[in-house]
Design a protein around this ligand. Structure first.
Ligand code: F6R
Length: 245
């Protein structure tokens, strides 16, 4: 596990974009796992800029999304499927046929999750997975207590996640209570992982995930064992880390 600390949110996005651009240059058909939420928005803006300047060709990338609310189909404006296309994928030259975006409107969830795992396998596995971190340490929607062996599955959102995500829905009661998410094992199998954390409200959990014990109570702590995981934090998210003498 490597830790990079940048001075603010903008430079965090730029740093993450630099790593992703390099990865696409090395492997134009990169299999990229995408997170939603606020934290990666700056990163996606940077990648859109790179596209506009013709710096990067995204036409061969293959994308998988990390998670989705159950019950929200891809045309619902708060679904991650819709948002990822709107804020990022539709603004670069990525090809629709290379999108694997979870659909929260599905009926046979179990089968659907199995098929999603098979699609990841068929693509050769995730080369680079982008993650944020929840205030309770979740990655994807793998809430505290989720098994490290989990694959893509249906999960119940923790109370704290429902509260945190009420900002996207207007009110708490409108936040879906369940979601589909890549499992911790699915995420861990990615060749490289970039976890982004920004702002003082992520400082406590970032310190626990990075310096605390590896425990399923803090799902992100599993990344301490990953050979190629990079935590990119801004200064305010890094302020509870033990200072290096
Ligand atoms: C989103 C996701 C979540 C978020 C996390 C942090 O696809 O999987 O784990 O990354 O809840 O959200 P933000 O970035 O909004 O603080």
């Amino acid at each position: 596990m490597k830790i990079i600390i940048k001075k603010d949110y903008d430079s965090l996005g730029k740093e993450a974009a630099k790593i992703i651009k390099e990865a696409i240059r090395q492997k134009p058909n990169l299999v990229l796992g995408l997170a939603s939420g606020n934290t990666p928005l700056g990163l996606y803006q940077e990648l859109i800029k790179a596209h506009k300047k013709n710096e990067i060709d995204f036409s061969k990338i293959i994308v998988f999304n990390l998670d989705e609310y159950l019950g929200l189909s891809g045309n619902y404006s708060q679904s991650y499927n819709y948002l990822l296309r709107k804020i990022f994928l539709n603004q670069i030259n990525a090809e629709r046929r290379n999108f694997h975006l979870l659909n929260g409107g599905v009926k046979n969830v179990e089968k659907y999750c199995q098929i999603y795992e098979e699609e990841i396998k068929k693509a050769g596995g995730i080369d680079l997975q982008i993650l944020g971190i929840g205030s309770n340490g979740h990655i994807g929607f793998n809430e505290p207590g989720t098994s490290f062996d989990s694959k893509t599955h249906l999960t119940e959102l923790a109370e704290s996640t429902i509260k945190d995500n009420a900002r996207f829905f207007g009110q708490e009661k409108d936040v879906p209570k369940r979601a589909l998410t890549m499992g911790l094992q699915t995420i861990f199998k990615a060749e490289k992982i970039l976890l982004l954390a920004s702002g003082p409200n992520k400082a406590d959990i970032a310190a626990k995930a990075i310096e605390g014990p590896v425990t399923s109570e803090i799902p992100a702590s599993i990344l301490q064992k990953h050979p190629n995981a990079i935590f990119i934090l801004d200064k305010s998210a890094a302020k509870k880390l033990t200072p290096i003498p």
